[in-house]
Design a protein around this ligand. Sequence first.
Ligand code: MSP
Length: 473
Amino acid sequence: MKKIYITTPIYYVNDIPHVGHAYTTVAADVLARFHRILGDNTFFVTGTDEHGAKVAESAKKRGLKPKAFCDEVAPNFVEAWKKLNISYDYFIRTTDPEHEKIVTDFLITLYEKGDIYKGKYEGLYCVGCEKFLTEVDLVDGLCPFHRKEPTKQSEENYFFRLSNYIETLIKAISDPKDPNHYKIRPDSRFNEVLSKLRLGVGDISISRAEVTWGIPIPWDESQTIYVWFDALLNYYSAPIINHRPDLWPADLQLMAKDILWFHAVIWPAMLIAAGIRPPKEVFAHGFFTIEGEKMSKTIGNVILPEQLVEKFGTDGTRYLLLSEFPFGSDGDISIDRFIKRYNSDLANGLGNLIQRVAALAEKANLTVPAPAENPILDLPYRVALDELSFSEALAYIWKKISDADKKIEESKPWELIKKDPEKADAVLDNLIRQIREIVELLLPFMPETAEKLQEKFRGPKIKAGVPLFPRIS
Ligand code: MSP
């Protein structure tokens, strides 16, 4: 049985779950559901990132102790994922004591190997990013992501000898035969990482003297572990906490391009340093804007998953998010376009086909045999999903929908029902088989809808019922 362990980033717990977080999480969910259908031993983890300066600041604003604050807000993510029907196997929180212990032990391993040393750090820190920035990163002196001036920080920190691993990493990403080989996809991102590695990379600070909200450095309690060092290890702790260490290495780690460097360079280097195999693949998808603008609280254009679910339903939202633009590229979304696409693809396309065929089957009083047990997922669809080309996999399904529509137009079963009932039955029987195929392919993307449709078209008698996707405006 093939094993597949899929992860999303763990999102900063202080944030309100928004459509950006939902994008990655829905994508991961589609893959997890696809692999479960294939019969693979699937494990899908998401969760929340709960330590560090940013979370501590938010807790202070709310007048709460950091842990109490985290306990209050972490359920926001659990709720959001419930609304989107996310089928994670485990939700990890970095304040879980078991995770904290794994992080501590991991750090001690690196310390004992001599990969950690004390040094002085001077740099520009952006709390929004929870990372040091260089002059090159700044735009008009501001962090380009948070549009804030970074603060100058100078303190004694512990450093990880990342620079020692550059050659190892270059070999690991370039040579499929390397024992530490891992893939960085899409290719453009691989090239980006490779050229940046070739330019040379310095060591990184992995502790903070000024931040108290974090896991203490075991041999020096005046410092806490840098939030990213702690957070990345969630991927490794999740299987251990679940008593499934055999799930490691992760097979597919998803994120957007904003945090690719942490996942494609720092994370594998940490693992290799500790003698642990890196994940098999990291995939960085694009970033989307909303009507051409970066999504931000300041602009006030943040879209929440529940707003979408209210308007388009759970499956409608899942469909719209993944069909809008190719997964690896940057894109733009807008509610107006979502409405148009909902009406054309879901109300008209899928909804209309289902309604027409079911109504005709009812009228013809058709009897259909039970569907076959094992779905056969077509090769082009499988290939698209293996390549994380969600929009292509969906286009493949929608081509089948329009083919079925054409078939109805050509054969006019509503006339045949009177003129030639036997032929009408044959045509409708065929259409129902096509719909069943479409429904199988929809399962990972629109699970609730697909299950309802499986029920509806199971036979022996089919009823028209109510439309699944009434038009909206
Ligand atoms: N806590 C860290 C991740 C630690 S992982 C060990 C973090 N959290 S975050 O809350 O900022 O989430 C970043 C991720 O949210 C992105 O990598 C992406 O998955 C998702 N996105 C947030 N905004 C997005 C867009 N506008 N477009 C696409 N993805 C978006 O970084």
